[in-house]
Design a protein around this ligand. Sequence first.
Ligand code: ME8
Length: 517
Amino acid sequence: MTDKPAYYITTPIYYVNDVPHIGHAYTTLACDVMARFKRLDGYDVMFLTGTDEHGQKIERSAADAGVPPLEFCDKVSARFQELADAMNYSHNQFIRTTEERHKKAVQHLWKVLEDKGFIYQDNYAGWYSVRDEAFYAEKELTEGEDGQKLAPTGAPVEWVEEPSFFFKLSAFEEQLLALYDNGQEFVMPKSRLNEVRSFVKGGLEDLSISRSSFTWGVPVPEHEGHVMYVWIDALTNYLTAIGYPDVDAADYQAFWPADLHMVGKDILRFHAVYWPAFLMAADLPLPKRVFAHGWWTNEGQKISKSLGNVIDPFELMESYGLDPVRFFLLREVPFGNDGDFSRKAFVLTCNANLAKGLGNLAQRTLSMVFKNCEAQIPVPSEFTNEDKEILSTTDNLIQIVRAHMDQQEFHSALEAIFAHAAAGDKYISVQEPWKLKKTDPERMNTVLYVLSDVIRQLAILIQPIMPESGAKFLDMLKIEDRSFAELGADHRLAPGTPIDKPEGVFPQFELPEEGAE
Ligand code: ME8
């Protein structure tokens, strides 16, 4: 047990029908940055990710690959775990819905819903999209060129008729609307909340929650021939991971309700309508927030396997290194908005902020400390007003960054940090410490001391987004205590501390040739 406040954050669990691409990497990255931030800020964090392995889509993909479903899942799930390692995610658990503990949790939840009278048996006759694993009403569909009926997502739908169990979703309209309007920002960003509200206001039909025309799923307890609809199965992973159905489990006690379910805008309806309704029906506390982020396109085009323009995160990391990739994805686009990936933008943003920004500031400062101050943090004399000003804005930066992070405004948090590196650059240009060596070495020492402490604090602050780079700066400065408790005036660098010979942390990238992808 710990007396730290708890923070529970989850990613969607990804379908194993396809190998991971930049979109999957993006969502988990956002959660990783949030999780690392909270840990450094004194929280006990549970960060969950994993893979969604049941349902018709996976069954068909496995059949197409000519392998049994579980073998297929093992292989693709392993690829998602490799991505997690390569991206340096700090998740506490990687869950798979084919695990026994998960089957137990979903079956238990089903029984609770059934015992409370929220499940009844009927027949489903309607449209289903295997690609989206979603049911659609006739009124939502459009027709493609070849007469193929299409879901609003563009996915083909097929007619399904089968015996099915239904969940009384229609009973939760009022409670859901009250949840959206309780002022607690259950759905973020705000524009998405309006979208969900109008969907619910349009009227909710009961939801088919079992399938009986295939077998790859969690069996419905006591009703042979039915497997659970993959979404009731998948959503429950957030409970399984912390010990449900054992509500006395230490993790369940500490971490439920979740603080943040991070999702892409494509799956908001499942998380902001179906999931809270299931939980209300089961009398379980509701998660505090669902954040639906935007969609990446590639050089203006939708990312899709058929267009052959899937951005491979492994290849990107190979070309540019891990931390620039982590930085770019969250710096470039206001979180919540759609964004377009382009290599040109990647190179320009990384060069301006990293190589020429913070990297250059640190390299110039620490090289001077190394050469002119016998490789030791110099002893400062009295601070001028300019010194005091930059030190105090540095000391207070965490408050600005924290306020942005609490609203998942990653781009603004990064903008604040890197604008401060630019302020450091301005300070160095005005103070010109390189000219002071002969004329006023005491003043040079003070200026370099101030700058070194600015770099120390910036390095602490960038750790959630660029853990390796933050660590490199802090290693050079021989700083061991790296949490946010070390920020501020009470923990300034100790004069006389030896530093390592500074090494460049951020490389400068070449612009891609015109016309190159
Ligand atoms: O929906 N841009 O899994 P999934 C941004 N198994 N994000 C993207 C993206 C893009 N182009 N492409 C994918 C499922 N994503 C279910 C979830 S949760 C209980 C079950 C991200 O493999 C984004 O987070 O289709 C999106 O919501 C998710 O991947 C969909 O992953």
